[in-house]
Design a protein around this ligand. Structure first.
Ligand SMILES: [Mg+2]
Length: 259
């Protein structure tokens, strides 16, 4: 783990055509908001990510803990591969609009956590590959929520607890952002490219390690202890880095995002 007070900027030059980018959504491409449905991807961010995708021959995927159904409506004009529910779901831009079934392994955990959530007024979300307890608006319940999720997965080898920023999840043990990165790299347009995972949360650490194992690296946004090789302070720092790697946008002398 790197020291959480020392930021390590990523390389200023990169052969983009030989790299694939796996990008978390909340806190990485869009600011974190109180209710997940209120999230907004800024048009200039969408444009930046599109330029990146063009430079990488399409090798850019969104890898999020959100269910596919709760991220795809927020992507605006972006037509990218999206992995949802921590790698449990994958949508290809020209693929069918199917939604993964809710995993039956999560039934008991959902039943246990549903009562816990309603007693405390917490929002519970059943995703195809996880049950999430959200406590962004009730931070004082965070420790209890984490403990309840740990209890709900205890003794079940099919499940594991994932604790993120203001959310704790009972998730399928076989899912994870590292799994998503490895799975996507098996297919075009990602195959034989060097992976770069970018994220802002504990749930992205899996992806950072997978990217490093496969010859690439992780980039973590925000000051926190991390296994990512590189770390920047804010989303804008990340956008500035990307912008510096990219050829100028069409018809402009620069995109105006340089720092
Ligand atoms: Mg995030």
């Amino acid at each position: 783990m790197t020291d959480d007070t020392r930021l390590v900027p990523p390389p200023r030059e990169l052969d983009l055509a030989s790299h694939a980018f796996f990008l978390d959504f909340d806190g990485t491409l869009a600011p974190i908001v109180d209710h997940p449905d209120a999230v907004k991807l800024a048009p200039e961010t969408a444009e930046l990510v599109q330029r990146l995708a063009d430079a990488c021959d399409g090798g850019v995927a969104i890898v999020t803990g959100r269910a596919l159904a709760s991220v795809r409506p927020h992507l605006g004009p972006l037509s990218l591969v999206v992995s949802g529910s921590h790698g449990h779901e994958i949508h290809w831009p020209d693929g069918p609009e199917t939604e993964a079934a809710q995993a039956a392994e999560l039934d008991a955990a959902f039943a246990a956590l549903d009562g816990f959530a309603s007693d405390r007024g917490l929002r519970i979300e059943r995703k195809p590959g996880a049950v999430a307890l959200h406590y962004r608006n009730a931070e004082h319940h965070g420790a209890d929520a984490r403990a309840a999720v740990e209890a709900a997965v205890a003794g079940d080898p099919d499940l594991r607890a994932i604790h993120g920023n203001m959310v704790s999840e009972a998730a399928l043990a076989r899912a994870g952002k590292g799994v998503a990165v490895r799975e996507l790299l098996k297919s075009a347009p990602f195959r034989s490219k060097t992976p770069i995972m970018v994220g802002d949360d504990v749930t992205d650490e899996d992806g950072f390690r997978a990217a490093a194992d496969l010859g690439g690296f992780g980039l973590r946004i925000g000051r926190a202890s991390t296994d990512a090789a590189y770390q920047v302070e804010t989303m804008d720092d990340f956008f500035g880095w990307l912008d510096g790697l990219l050829p100028p946008a069409d018809g402009k002398s620069g995109s105006g995002q340089e720092h």
